[in-house]
Design a protein around this ligand. Structure first.
Ligand SMILES: *Cc1c(COP(=O)(O)O)cnc(C)c1O
Length: 371
């Protein structure tokens, strides 16, 4: 028993110990993003949300003296109609990041284990640390996809959460159907299988596997998380959702959810954006076209570019990615340096507007010549 008479420090050591990357400081005078900085570091969309979403948010804003619909009945119904997942199995978050923390909270006790790829989106791992469970990190495959076979081998009797990210952030590659099927079949029914599909809309409609269809055969619990932040161009409005295997699991999320966690304008905008599929598809198509242009430009400069099914490219060259990121920052271009897969690391470059694409390519070319 710890001696209760000795006061512990505040913040408590378990909070101090949380390992989570700090977000970059990007000050906004006048509450608007600075036009001087090319923001190619957060996988934001360069274009505004659908005009229909903006109009819906504007109308909802006038009702802001009223709390939003906590149950998000309208939005849940709209998503249920398209996904065939019933509304009583859909839960909403202030971004899907909030739901990824909750995935850990609904599934883990102190001392349990969570198997995750490394590197990956860190937010579910933050939730794991908050519960006092342990993260078991399994290196990605060299092509940037989750290594399902190695992750399955890392399962122990204490494993209660198994996190897949496809397309994986920060590397961009997806899981093939065989790997996805295998995870769905072999992750024990005593584990929550979490599949983070933040870039789903960039990775569907082609040969990519259909996660929700494959999940029909799973007997254990599962969650698929998606977001309005990326393809729907709504990162600033903070709406994400989780599709759950069953109503009981959704009830678990509902218990830990904060009241009214998604704002009224955000709910209205999300529903209008979801219904304006044409706008989303055009934004995705434009982004993919620019991504392939940037890929060609970087390959011409000698970069190795990983396969990407998302709105960013992860690239490597024969030199320090961190130093290159630093130099680009000096020229008003923010990109993300990664300490993966070796000492040189890699750069994750978000696909921005056409002129930002050209700017980053020109700046990199200058930098390589100067080096
Ligand atoms: C961007 C992202 C998210 C969540 O973003 P929200 O804005 O919180 O919805 C989740 N997972 C991955 C892999 C992401 O890249």
């Amino acid at each position: 028993m710890p001696d209760q008479s000795i006061p512990h420090p505040i913040p408590v050591p378990s909070v101090e110990a949380i390992d989570f990357p700090a977000l970059p400081l990007m000050p906004e005078a006048g509450d608007r993003p600075s036009g001087d900085l090319a923001r190619l570091n957060l996988n934001e969309a360069p274009m505004s949300p659908s005009p229909l979403a903006l109009a819906a948010a504007q109308v909802a804003l006038a009702d802001s003296h009223r709390y939003p619909d906590h149950h998000a009945v309208a939005l849940a119904g709209t998503i249920a109609a398209r996904t065939s997942i019933a509304a009583d199995r859909i839960v909403f978050g202030n971004g899907s990041g909030e739901l990824l923390v909750q995935c850990a909270q609904v599934s883990l006790d102190r001392g349990d284990e969570a198997v995750m790829p490394d590197p990956t989106f860190p937010t579910c791992g933050k939730g794991v640390q908050m519960t006092g469970a342990h993260i078991v990190k399994v290196p990605l495959r060299p092509d940037g996809a989750n290594d399902v076979a190695a992750m399955l081998s890392a399962i122990t009797p204490r494993t209660r959460l198994f996190y897949l990210c496809t397309p994986n952030n920060p590397t961009g590659n997806i899981l093939g159907e065989a790997d996805l099927e295998r995870a769905i079949r072999e992750v024990p029914a005593t584990c929550l299988l979490v599949i983070d599909e933040a870039y789903f809309e960039f990775a569907c409609g082609g040969d990519e596997p259909d996660t929700l269809t494959l999940l029909r055969s799973r007997t254990g619990p599962w969650v698929v998380t998606r977001t309005f932040s990326k393809a729907y161009c709504m990162a600033g409005l903070r709406v994400g959702y989780a599709l759950c295997s069953d109503e009981g699991l959704k009830r678990g999320f509902s218990r830990i959810r904060h009241n009214f966690n998604v704002s009224r304008p955000s709910l209205a905008a999300a529903r209008a954006a979801f219904e304006d599929a044409a706008y989303m598809r055009a934004a995705v198509a434009e982004t993919v076209a620019r991504r392939e242009q940037l890929r060609a430009g970087l390959e011409r400069l000698g970069f190795a570019v990983l396969p990407s099914f998302a709105n960013f490219l992860t690239v490597r060259f024969n030199g320090s990615a961190a130093a290159l990121a630093q130099a680009l920052h000096g020229q008003g271009i923010a990109v993300q340096a990664l300490g993966w897969p070796d000492a040189n690391g890699s750069l994750r470059i978000t696909i921005g507007a056409a002129e930002e694409n050209e700017r980053v390519l020109a700046a990199i070319e200058n930098q390589l010549e100067a080096a």
